[in-house]
Design a protein around this ligand. Sequence first.
Ligand SMILES: Nc1nc2c(ncn2[C@@H]2O[C@H](COP(=O)(O)OP(=O)(O)OP(=O)(O)O)[C@@H](O)[C@H]2O)c(=O)[nH]1
Ligand SMILES: [Mg+2]
Length: 332
Amino acid sequence: MKEIPTVLTSNEIIDKVLRRASSVTVKHTGNRIADKKNLINAKIDCVEANVVQILARYEKTFPEIENLSPFEKELIDILIGCEQLHHALAAIKWCRQTVRKIAEEAKEKLRRGRQDALEQLKKEYYGRVSSVIKQVSVELDFLNKSRDVLVKIPHIDVSLPTVVIAGFPNVGKSTLVKKISSAEPEIAPYPFTTKGLIIGHATLNLVRYQFIDTPGLLDRPLGERNSIEKQTILALKHLADIILFLIDPTGYSGSVEQQEKLLGDLQEEFKEAVFIVAETKADVLKRDAGRFRISAETGEGVDALIEEIKKRFRETRKYREGTGQRSSGSIR
Ligand SMILES: Nc1nc2c(ncn2[C@@H]2O[C@H](COP(=O)(O)OP(=O)(O)OP(=O)(O)O)[C@@H](O)[C@H]2O)c(=O)[nH]1
Ligand SMILES: [Mg+2]
């Protein structure tokens, strides 16, 4: 996602803008009342301009739901909630517009204000602005948490030939993606190490491929999947030209029957996709299941698997539709 600034809390915004206002100065005219009014006017402007600048920046840098691709929209919905994001941004806009209005009103009162009421008028203005900003505290906190999630979403180029690697947890998906692409996923000897989508690239015969490492899936219906697994389903649904399904036959990653059942379910769900199935950890155990057998550890079988990916890519939608001429032109 594009750069999004960290979002300040309501108290941080209030402190920041009042601190700035406290150092505002104006030229003296020789008329004490006029000088006082000018100074307060400048402070009102300063607070208003700073609040507007801070909030408008959030409104501008957070993604607008309407402009997102279906994949991004669903992903953001899973990770933070599209409706909540929309609501929070609307609240920020309301706050910005209300501060504008309060500033206008305060300046109007200031013009007509008597000398002994000026200090009180300034205090009231600061109080009203602070109260309006406090009213969006929850939304600001929500936006800041969302920001931390959004900046971690990798850039995905939907025009590139894309292979999504899926399978049970711990079968060796990340190890393979790291071996064959530029991705740097975390690898660990326990399940659910990968918690989000990780993108890597590799150029094979001048064709730039995108490889997507995904969180492991358990054999269960979509309704029971957690938000981590749902990201994998989204990648399979929206991004995969080829689904590379890995099975670990060693028994370290759940039973082979459960893994086969998951494969069957996915093949049923994603009928349009091209599936390649490979069995991993061939350095530990090889069985004859008539499938690719690879070891990401020793490299055994990996070249043959890559040849298959290149060959099978010709069967994909992207190749047939002729999008991304790079792929169809130079892969043969
Ligand atoms: N012997 C051997 N071990 C492997 C091989 N590939 C992966 N492993 C090991 O299997 C464990 C899991 O590997 P990961 O690549 O993290 O598995 P994953 O499928 O990405 O796991 P999750 O992200 O948890 O779903 C690690 O200890 C790896 O070192 C292999 O080819 N041979
Ligand atoms: Mg992993």
